[in-house]
Design a protein around this ligand. Structure first.
Ligand SMILES: Nc1ncnc2c1ncn2[C@@H]1O[C@H](COP(=O)(O)OP(=O)(O)OP(=O)(O)O)[C@@H](O)[C@H]1O
Ligand SMILES: [Mg+2]
Length: 336
């Protein structure tokens, strides 16, 4: 049985439409008019136990809406959802015992209480056996460095401390599945690294299934083996992180500085992607043209001052997928 399974999931929001001006305001007060916005438009996927999945897409793609349906907060317009074999909306309480949720923008910790008091409350709410609670608390304290602030009221914590405390709170009851919505938003690089390392450890040790929505591609690259990309409520990619890298890893950028200003160039297999003064960034496919051939060719016509070859980073690849500039082989992506 898959840990998470959704089929043809659709969510429409009803939003009120108001005509302009005072007359319009009065009219919509008397005869309210609505339109439907399709935030999620027929998404299907299955996630197996222990998988780490990055669930990404541009702003407004429908990520948070999907996560809210998966956690039972929102009810779908149509389609089916199963989480741990249950319907999240109908069995919200039973499912809560088996899932954890972290919203980077919102804390589940009691604002005025010390962190530890929230943990004690959660222990009672989830009926966590004492040995499990103690073991997890020890482990999380050590790995996330909670001991420095565990007795401090939450409102006095820094963003990074709060986030670490929040993640521990969501994992105290050993959930099988955990949903993260922007778990490292606003954190510094060291704090982000610590959290990613912690999540990798938890996934390895406990086979926790993890679904991340984030705009931080390093989060995804370092924690997720699989990627699901959505846009305008539809799935546009579903496949391994490695498949993306392999498919696009063939592209390289040659940054060349010339002795004088040059016009953008294009050869077969080579295109200019950027230009600043006398510097050009040329994208080429290394299976079509070797870098030495390209440099040779350039140096025959121009005088070169400096050059570097750059690997495309994951962020650039994803940006191209969002923009529709890259098509993914269905055999690689698993879509359809
Ligand atoms: N409560 C709501 N009422 C009406 N429309 C909504 C509501 N919540 C979201 N939407 C709309 O649904 C679409 C999807 O929103 P959603 O929050 O799921 O996107 P997202 O992928 O999480 O984006 P982001 O990356 O900005 O967090 C957007 O067009 C948004 O305006
Ligand atoms: Mg969102």
């Amino acid at each position: 049985m898959a840990a998470i399974q959704i089929q043809e999931l659709v969510k429409e929001y009803r939003v009120s439409v108001r005509s302009k001006g005072i007359a319009g305001a009065v009219k919509s007060l008397l005869i309210p008019e609505f339109k439907h916005v399709r935030a999620v438009d027929g998404i299907s996927f299955a996630i197996e136990k222990g998988e780490t999945v990055g669930f990404i897409g541009p702003n407004g793609a429908g990520k948070s809406t999907t996560v809210k349906m998966l956690t039972g907060i929102l009810s779908p317009t149509s389609g089916s959802i199963e989480v741990c074999g249950m319907n999240p909306e109908k069995e919200r309480k039973r499912i809560a015992a088996r899932m954890g949720v972290v919203f980077g923008q919102k804390t589940q910790l009691w604002w005025d209480l010390p962190v530890l008091d929230t943990y004690e409350l959660l222990k009672h709410i989830y009926k966590i056996p004492k040995p499990v609670y103690m073991r997890n608390l020890d482990m999380f304290s050590e790995l996330l460095g909670l001991q420095d602030f565990i007795k401090t009221p939450v409102r006095q914590l820094s963003l990074g401390q709060k986030m670490r405390a929040d993640i521990a709170a969501a994992l105290l009851h050993d959930p099988e599945i955990i949903f993260f919505d922007e778990p490292t938003i606003g954190l510094d690089v060291v704090a982000k690294e610590k959290i990613r390392e912690f999540l990798r450890y938890v996934n390895r040790e406990k086979q926790t299934t993890m679904l991340f929505t984030t705009h931080d591609m390093d989060d995804i690259e370092q924690t997720c083996k699989r990627l699901i990309i959505i846009d305008h409520g539809s799935k546009i990619y579903d496949g391994s992180m490695d498949a993306i890298k392999a498919a696009y890893g063939k592209e390289r950028i040659l940054a060349v500085e010339f002795a004088e200003k040059v016009e953008p160039l294009s050869y077969p297999g080579v295109e200019t992607v950027d230009r600043q003064g006398s510097k050009l960034w040329l994208k080429f496919r290394k299976d079509e043209i070797q870098v030495s051939q390209l440099i040779n060719r350039l140096s025959q016509s121009y005088s070169i001052v400096d050059l570097t070859v750059q690997e495309p980073d994951i962020e650039a690849l994803i940006r191209e997928i969002y923009l529709g500039g890259i098509r993914i082989e269905p055999s690689l992506s698993g879509v359809g």
